[in-house]
Design a protein around this ligand. Sequence first.
Ligand SMILES: [Zn+2]
Ligand SMILES: [Zn+2]
Length: 150
Amino acid sequence: MLVINMAWTKEYGRQHYLENKEKLRQQGKEYYSKNKERIDARNKKYYASHRNECCERGKIYAVQKRKELQNEVFRIYGHMCACCGESNQIFLTLDHINGNGTRERTESPGFGMLKKAIREADKTKYQILCYNCNCGRWRNKGICPHKSSH
Ligand SMILES: [Zn+2]
Ligand SMILES: [Zn+2]
């Protein structure tokens, strides 16, 4: 008996929900079509006044955050290319030593690799390479041409 009752209640609940969902959706639609211009104008105004502000703030924040993280990475892993000794920071990148040619992106929006490298502070996993050596290594099956040409 109990099972039957439960099944019935469940079915009724579902039915009730479906009916209301349809009703609610209908109400929302009606409200929108009656107030369409007002709602659209409000959205537009809000979007226009906030869009640039938000974007700019986000951009500045991202640049600052990246700088902070990169400085921390250089402090831990050194300020020069582990292969050729390049020390101009603009050339330097963080390299995943056992990446096996898969390029882990340092440009990811969440700065995942930088954060991970700082957290782990493991010099057997990460090293600083300049762009040349980083790309060279990646193109040359994991060994920088500086090292394999001799
Ligand atoms: Zn280098
Ligand atoms: Zn090199």
